[in-house]
Design a binder for this molecule. Structure first.
Ligand code: FAD
Length: 286
């Protein structure tokens, strides 16, 4: 974990671009609450293939302007042409955006994953560097429990290294509830000479069905002791909220104590779950 301990922890919050007027109003209130915590940045997700191209752009620029907090778009390459990507990258640059969460993305099921002119996130990192030099701070995704489509953990580590070698500045992990997976991942990265900050992606636990569905899709393991408890209280939202808050607070506390260089909260545009964890960790006073 030595490579990570050199970095001052940083904190960030992720939103999705809302579709409806109600969602837009809600996000305004949500980001105002998180802005009070003075995070390093906000980020806004992107629908692979460009399904949220305009909404992501609008949400990023409005969020940055209204809160004064640096805001980063997510950008994926699958399903987009070089020309489309170039247009969007330059639009962000022209609007004062200086950070991008750089991804391959996942097209809706049945559409494959190799559509588009750039195949992997490492290709998108190289492309952004070729087009805009060092203008952007580039975040990439990291998978302590392995990306579900990777041939092996070693192959996935090589894929991660390719993103770093292409010019990524830092990484955010897929969420996980198993501290050893993160420790072993960091150790493997150190052995490969990778020492960019690898910030922990935090998914609060609030709802049994959503957690199971997301986790099946993205390959995050729910340890049996957590799964059995939330399964046996699947309809008791109060129980799941309290239990989830305690589990995720403990996880974050231990990871920060080990030297994790920060937390990135997958807020799902909700204040309470992430804010409770933040408050339990006493992060406002650190
Ligand atoms: P890559 O790093 O390209 O890896 C994808 C797969 O290809 C892996 O299995 C890897 O091992 C393999 N691979 C990579 N390079 C090679 C190579 N040269 N040869 C062979 N195999 C290779 N998705 C969205 O659609 N929108 C979002 O906004 C979004 N935000 C995210 C934010 C974070 C922090 C994280 C962790 C994930 C996010 N995702 C998002 C999900 C992400 O798009 C998916 O996990 C996707 O399947 C992989 O994206 P990647 O950037 O990790 O891809």
């Amino acid at each position: 974990m030595k490579s990570q301990q050199q970095y001052k922890p940083r904190f960030s919050f992720e939103f999705f671009p809302p579709k409806t007027d109600v969602g837009i109003t809600k996000l305004k209130a949500v980001r105002e609450e998180f802005a009070k915590l003075n995070p390093a940045f906000f980020s806004v997700t992107y629908g692979a293939g460009g399904s949220t191209r305009d909404r992501t752009f609008d949400t990023v620029t409005e969020t940055k302007t209204s809160t004064g907090i640096n805001t980063a778009p997510h950008l994926s390459c699958v399903g987009d042409t070089r020309e489309q990507l170039r247009g969007l990258i330059n639009q962000y640059k022209d609007n004062g955006i200086n950070r991008i969460v750089t991804l391959r993305g996942d097209l809706p099921s049945g559409m494959g994953s190799s559509v588009g002119e750039l195949q992997y996130a490492s290709d998108l990192v190289s492309f952004i560097r070729e087009e805009t030099g060092d203008h952007f701070h580039l975040e990439v995704a990291a998978y302590p429990e392995m990306h579900p489509q990777a041939k092996s953990m070693d192959a996935d580590l090589q894929a991660f290294k390719a993103k770093v070698d292409a010019g990524a500045n830092s990484a955010i992990t897929q969420y996980f509830y198993n501290i050893d997976a993160y420790k072993f991942f960091i150790d493997s990265c150190e052995k490969m000479g990778i020492n960019i900050p690898i910030v922990v992606g935090v998914m609060p636990i609030t709802n049994h069905d959503n957690l199971m569905r997301f986790s099946n899709m993205c390959g995050a393991e729910i340890p049996r002791w957590i799964r059995t408890r939330i399964e046996s209280h699947a309809t008791d939202l109060d129980y799941i909220t309290k239990f989830g808050e305690e589990v995720v607070t403990n996880l974050c506390e231990q990871l920060l104590d080990l030297g994790a260089p920060g937390l990135h909260f997958y807020t799902l545009n909700q204040v309470e779950p992430s804010l409770s964890i933040w408050n339990n960790l006493g992060l406002s006073s650190k």
